[in-house]
Design a protein around this ligand. Structure first.
Ligand SMILES: [Fe+2]
Length: 135
């Protein structure tokens, strides 16, 4: 279960709000797997999560580009790699059908990726915000 704390802060309020929303979505997916309701809602979940992630990525990439963040390009590559992984999961749900194992695998992948990505790349925004403010 993902729980927001200060180490995830990017220094950009809108980005943080979107990350919090992603945490909520990933946690809700986890809960639906445990409540055994995920099978019924899997298509909506995949669409909703996929759309939200793409909108968020675009927004964050724009922020980093505008602030000339040194990790901007790395961020775009990481986002594209995640979208590729996500698309592969969507295709597997289509071809294999729903299974608890696959749902748990997606949940685990999304959760681990978010933590690693936010802490490793997105938090660099903090330093760019400060630089921008002094410029
Ligand atoms: Fe990012």
């Amino acid at each position: 279960m993902l729980q927001w704390n200060a180490m995830y802060e990017s220094g950009v309020q809108e980005v943080d709000e979107q990350h919090k929303k992603l945490f909520e979505m990933v946690n809700a997916f986890d809960k639906s797997i445990r409540d055994q309701t995920a099978e019924k809602t899997i298509n909506e979940t995949l669409d909703f999560l996929g759309n939200y992630v793409q909108t968020h990525f675009k927004h964050e990439e724009k922020c980093m580009a505008e602030m000339r963040c040194p990790v901007a390009e790395k961020n775009v590559h990481a986002h594209n790699a995640f979208l590729q992984t996500y698309t592969e999961f969507v295709q597997r749900f289509k071809s294999e059908g729903f299974s608890d194992v696959l749902a748990k695998e997606l949940h685990k992948t999304a959760e681990a990726w978010l933590v690693k990505h936010i802490c490793g790349i997105d938090v660099h925004l903090k330093f760019c915000v400060k630089k921008g403010a002094n410029a």
